[in-house]
Design a protein around this ligand. Structure first.
Ligand code: G3P
Ligand code: CA
Length: 313
């Protein structure tokens, strides 16, 4: 009859439209709740952290999102490095033995560019440099990747938010397309996140930490994400965060860090996080990609081998 035939026709149409979904949509439909995987300091289990090699290692694993840390040199240049001192991740003690405690802010860019930022990790990365923010952005752009940028210890670098935003603008990273899809700025320093939001309200921002649930509305005035250490993630906390609307009117997102263990990744995915920041993005992507329920471990993919990006081990 008529109703049955309409239903049958609709079924056919639905079947046809599902069949012609673009590959990306079909994949998204398969994995509706998989968290985004972010390569922490680049794919830093496989290449020296916060270097161009680490960005490339993530790209080789087909990881879109990379995380970095931005600080400032003595002569006011923006560079990408995690520690506020240079000695853990460079050979500064050899090159400048009399300059302890080797603070980033005590060295000019020219001096920092003399340092080897790769051999501490593995001799095969000898000659890798501490990148400027500009060099880093160029590489992320060339790889068609996306950036979770962290202001590291911004209290040491007054006005670093404005200077960084200026640099991002010069590099084309504050146009509509980038702001909407390819950039998030985060910090442990709430004032810095707030300043970033005030300077560029269109940019997506994240607060690193685990604020009390009662304080979430305060953070939501200037942040779109609350990004806690994985040890403080549980389903109740994640639900409480997601119940609050962030600075752009959408539910607050939760990107947790730093998860390198597949079982922990599955656990936090089940708790409902929207992103996982990891040194081993291949391992974590495979753990949380699945064809079934959220958090069900997936089979290792084709690009899971650390050897493919030249693992140090
Ligand atoms: O992105 C989160 C994570 O980077 C925070 O910790 O110390 O690695 O910068 P840290
Ligand atoms: Ca960081």
């Amino acid at each position: 009859m008529r109703i049955r035939s309409i239903a049958a026709a609709s079924g056919l149409l639905l079947g046809a439209s599902a069949f012609i979904l673009p590959a990306a949509s079909a994949q998204a439909a398969d994995h509706p709740h998989s968290p985004v995987t972010v390569a922490h300091r680049g794919a830093s289990a496989y290449a020296p952290e916060n270097t161009l090699a680490a960005v490339d290692a993530a790209a080789k694993l087909k990881i879109d999102w990379v995380e970095n840390d931005v600080q400032r040199t003595k002569d006011g240049k923006l560079i990408v490095i995690h520690d506020t001192t240079l000695n853990r991740t460079t050979n500064v003690e050899e090159v400048f033995p009399g300059r302890a405690p080797w603070k980033v802010s005590d060295f000019t860019l020219k001096e920092i560019q003399r340092l080897d930022a790769g051999s501490w990790f593995n001799p095969k990365f000898t000659g890798e440099r501490v990148p400027t923010l500009k060099q880093y952005m160029d590489r992320v752009s060339r790889n068609h990747q996306k950036l979770l940028l962290e202001f590291k210890a911004p209290e040491l670098y007054p006005n670093i938010e404005r200077e960084t935003l200026n640099e991002l603008r010069h590099q084309g990273w504050l146009n509509r397309q980038h702001v909407k899809h390819r950039l998030i700025i985060q910090s442990f320093n709430a004032d810095s996140v707030k300043t970033t939001h005030e300077l560029r309200p269109d940019v997506k921002t994240g607060f690193l930490g685990t604020p009390a649930v009662a304080d979430l509305p305060k953070f939501a005035k200037f942040a779109d994400q609350i990004n806690p250490h994985f040890g403080s993630v549980d389903p109740e906390y994640v639900a409480a965060v997601k119940a609050v609307r962030g600075a752009h009117g959408k539910p607050l997102e939760v990107y947790t860090w730093t998860v390198d263990d597949a079982a922990v990744a599955v656990k936090v995915a089940k708790a409902g996080v929207t992103g996982i920041i990891t040194n081993k993005p291949d391992v974590i992507r495979d753990a949380v990609s699945h064809k079934g329920k959220p958090g069900k471990p997936g089979k290792p993919g084709k690009n899971t081998s650390a050897q493919q990006v030249g693992a140090a081990a």
